[in-house]
Design a protein around this ligand. Structure first.
Ligand code: NAD
Length: 417
């Protein structure tokens, strides 16, 4: 399945193109990434031996603006995965109507088995290897799974050393003291919270009566869980790669956050608070109102979709639901807020960070959150009402709106030469 992610992307494009009655000459363009780069990343490991990692950067589209997308460090990173994530970034930026194309990068590695110095050397070498194609007006990387503000700081510093000046606008998700934006770290989780609350509002549900399970307790999942907890939802299930916990009376999210702040690899493993251990599979099947998959792709599949009991799924992760599972869930009347909308908060605030870096004028956090809220609520409303009007699910609606915008840009620009 893992190596077939891009076939899922193509299927999604085809469905939207058919519904849009898209010109075949544009449709064919949408199915090809503009540029795919594979690089060797040699690293001198702490014990003196040399390891050569494989890195990728795929620029799917720059038709609506500079390419934009995160960098992932994970053993499962492959060209197929990076290409798919780059395509999703393209639709994500289009659905929330920010002036970017889509890209993604990654290195096939296991950062949990590497020292911080090794990760830093790997990051700097990878940066140099992709330097010919990235740039503040061409392609602006950001964090993704197992990369964070510190990683972005190393990338910014490496590019700055090559340029002989400090280049703030080369990456987003940087530390705030290095040209990062206030609110960026929390932005994706905040966006997931906004999308969840907007859905509850549309469905006439009371926030304080809502139970939630969150898969993944990293950047996206932990922030989404905490903000929904603060908004009054009862978070009754949480998992990470080390296992899952549940408490029907509600988990102490602030306490769990405190635990992972100092735990090994920021995992919940060994957490002793008021909670029962369950399996990761059980977490996805919990009897909750809202399920928020915020870990990796391909988590809800045709094998477990019929066992999902949630009434609403808000996709914090990219591609957590396979197309087969999507159909099963849709037939069962489960409302799915698709990834390209639900987790767009991160790229929206990345856009704000880039704008602030270019202006060299920084906003306060209220300004950031106010603008995030404005853009996300507007996009949510567009997707919701378009889907209702066309009697389609939100994913198809979001794809149609996004692909129409990308297609329109192709039409307006034409093919060079
Ligand atoms: P992260 O590395 O901070 O966190 C990932 C979390 O998922 C960790 O808690 C990890 O333990 C957990 N996990 C991994 N495998 C799991 C499994 N099999 N079962 C349960 N938990 C598992 O990564 P992140 O930045 O939070 O990204 C999570 C997802 O959100 C990814 O799909 C990513 O592409 C997407 N996303 C991230 C951002 C962002 O700004 N960071 C923006 C948009 C989308």
């Amino acid at each position: 399945m893992k190596n077939n992610l891009f076939s899922m992307v193509l299927k999604q494009i085809d469905i939207a193109a058919k519904k849009l009655n898209l010109d075949e000459n544009i449709h064919v363009l949408l199915k090809h990434p503009e540029r795919e780069l594979i690089v060797a990343v040699p690293v001198e490991m702490d014990d003196g031996h040399t390891e050569v990692f494989t890195g990728y950067r795929v620029q799917y589209s720059s038709i609506r603006g500079p390419c934009k997308g995160g960098i992932r460090y994970h053993p499962d990173v492959s060209l197929d995965e990076v290409k798919s994530l780059a395509a999703w970034m393209t639709w994500k930026c289009a659905v929330v109507n920010i002036p970017y194309g889509g890209a993604k990068g990654g290195i096939k590695c296991d950062p949990f088995k590497m020292s911080k110095n090794e990760i830093q050397r790997m990051t700097r070498r990878y940066t140099v290897m992709i330097l010919p194609i990235i740039g503040p007006r061409r392609d602006i990387p950001a964090p993704d799974v197992n990369t964070d503000a510190e990683t972005m700081g190393w990338i910014m510093d490496t590019v700055s050393m090559f340029e002989g000046r400090t280049v703030l606008d080369i990456v987003t998700g940087k530390p705030v003291g290095l040209g990062g934006s206030l609110g960026r770290r929390e932005a994706t989780g905040r966006g997931v919270m906004i999308a969840t609350l907007e859905t509850l509002k549309k469905l006439g549900r009371d926030v304080s009566d809502t139970t939630v399970a969150v898969q993944g307790f990293g950047n996206v999942g932990s922030v989404a869980a905490n903000l929904l907890y603060s908004a009054g939802c009862k978070i009754i299930g949480i998992s990470d790669v080390s296992g899952a916990f549940c408490n029907p009376k509600g988990l102490g999210i602030p306490d769990m956050l405190k635990y992972v702040a100092t735990s090994k690899n920021r995992l919940l493993e060994g957490y002793q608070g008021e909670a029962d251990d369950i399996s990761n599979e059980e977490l996805l099947q919990m009897d909750v109102d809202v399920l928020i998959p915020s870990a990796l792709e391909n988590q809800i599949t045709k094998e477990n979709a019929s066992k999902v009991k949630a009434k609403i799924i808000v996709e914090g992760a990219n591609g957590p639901t396979t197309p087969e599972a999507d159909k099963i869930l849709g037939d069962r009347g489960i409302v799915i807020v698709p990834d390209i909308l639900a987790n767009a908060g991160g790229v929206i605030v990345s856009y704000f960070e880039w704008v602030q870096d270019i202006q060299a004028f920084f906003w306060d956090v209220d300004e950031v959150n106010k603008n995030l809220n404005r853009i996300l609520c507007k996009s949510f409303e567009e997707v919701w009402s378009f889907s209702k009007e066309k009697k389609i699910d939100m994913r198809t609606g979001a794809y149609m709106l996004a692909i129409e915008r990308v297609a329109e840009a192709h039409k307006q620009r034409g093919i060079f030469p």
